[in-house]
Design a protein around this ligand. Structure first.
Ligand SMILES: [Zn+2]
Length: 96
């Protein structure tokens, strides 16, 4: 099975807009939402383009990090700390 020549020429004619397009597609790529052909284009570009390769690996690390966070987003402990700071700022009115 061979890749269509039009796709290859598109990739080889690497330009700034190709890199911008790749960055837009990169998050979809990491989510596994692209077709096999689109994935192949991205992987080929990454082999040729150090800049985008670095971008995608950083993006992948960021996504991995976000996936480790609890579903509610803010950890309970951090929430409590924020509430405590708010309490300290409240003036006492029990003096008479
Ligand atoms: Zn690139």
């Amino acid at each position: 099975m061979s890749v269509a020549p039009t796709i290859l020429s598109k990739i080889f004619r690497r330009s700034k807009s190709d890199c911008e397009k790749l960055r837009e597609m990169a998050s979809l790529h990491l989510d596994g939402e692209l077709s096999e052909e689109e994935r192949r284009q991205i992987e080929f570009h990454l082999e040729q383009c150090e800049m985008c390769s670095g971008f995608v690996s950083t993006l992948r690390e960021t996504i991995n990090m976000l996936q480790k966070l609890p579903p509610q987003g803010i950890p309970q402990e951090l929430k409590r700390t924020i509430l405590q700071i708010g309490d300290e700022g409240t003036p006492s009115s029990s003096q008479g």
